[in-house]
Write a protein of this length. Structure first.
Length: 292
């Protein structure tokens, strides 16, 4: 059996009992280490699970999946994923490869940012499509995400924006020369994300995002009641100018608030507002939310 097991969002204790049993029964256990990041050291997981973990980087998962799946038709093999297994298309791909090899598969779910985002007070059924925002470069500024944000905005829906991470990435020079030299990890911050959103709006000029009248909520390390969880709400300009250290440790996510905004959402998120007065006035005057 090939298992893909979600680890949740916080620490080693987030594993489900079903997932823990599958880990203990597995002959090999891989830890996927590039689509998200752990909040704890690998050694703490190994001590809790009483199993050695094999780190699986992007190259192994995407191009060497045969090694991960080796022997899974006879023995149990597990791939551990931060959050939920279906939080990345990579995991769907390896499941399809396993099924093509006639290997039995099982997915064990867990919490992910897709549901933990509810901690900010916005109601999950008011969310539209989730988008990813990558680091811009001088020559590459992809803006396809903007179309999804616009579609959500036209329906009044909130947009969850997942911010880019760069783990085990090579520079263009090292990649061209075939040198296995990797850049230090980089994690997109909230101010960088907001800056890129406003830059894209300036280029597209479709009136979807406005620095002083678009509300947004920043999140970091939500889930599991982590001590270092941070939630900050405000206008895009307020989030842009807010000190980066106040957003906490990565990973960061951002929610662009949609116009279909309920007064209970406003009240709940006001707890996290940089300026509660501005938060409520924009919600009332721009979003036309009837506040009681």
């Amino acid at each position: 059996m090939f298992y893909i097991i979600g680890l949740g969002l916080c620490d080693e204790q987030d594993i489900t009992l079903r997932g823990l049993q599958a880990i203990k029964n597995s002959s090999r256990v891989y830890l996927e280490a590039y689509t998200s990041i752990l909040m704890i050291e690998k050694e703490r997981l190994e001590a809790f699970y009483e199993k050695p973990l094999i780190l699986a980087d992007r190259d192994m998962v995407e191009t060497q999946s045969d090694e991960i799946l080796r022997g899974a038709e006879k023995d149990d093999v597990a791939l551990l994923v931060v959050g939920d297994p279906f939080g990345a298309t990579t995991h769907t791909d390896i499941l399809l490869r396993a099924r093509a090899l006639k290997i039995p598969t099982r997915v064990i779910h867990n919490a992910s940012i897709m549901n933990a985002v509810g901690a900010c007070g916005l109601q999950l059924y008011n969310f539209g499509q989730t988008v990813s925002l990558v680091f811009f470069t001088d020559t590459w500024k992809p803006d396809s995400f903007y179309d999804r944000v616009k579609e959500n905005a036209d329906l009044g829906m909130h947009t969850l924006v997942l911010l880019d991470i760069k783990v085990k990435e090579q520079s263009e020079e090292n990649l061209a020369r075939g040198r296995k030299i990797y850049e230090p990890p980089r994690y997109m911050s909230i101010p960088t994300a907001v800056s890129q959103l406003l830059e894209t709006e300036e280029a597209r000029k479709e009136g979807i995002l406005a620095a002083d009248s678009t509300l947004a909520i920043a999140l970091s390390r939500v889930g599991g009641g982590a001590d270092n969880e941070r939630i900050v709400a405000g206008t895009l300009r307020e989030l842009l100018e807010h000190p980066v250290e106040n957003y906490g440790d990565p990973l960061h996510s951002l929610v662009i608030v949609g116009k279909r905004l309920h007064h209970l959402e406003v009240d709940f998120a006001e707890t996290f507002a940089i300026n509660p007065t501005t938060w409520r006035s924009v919600a009332k005057d721009v979003y036309k939310c009837s506040l009681e």
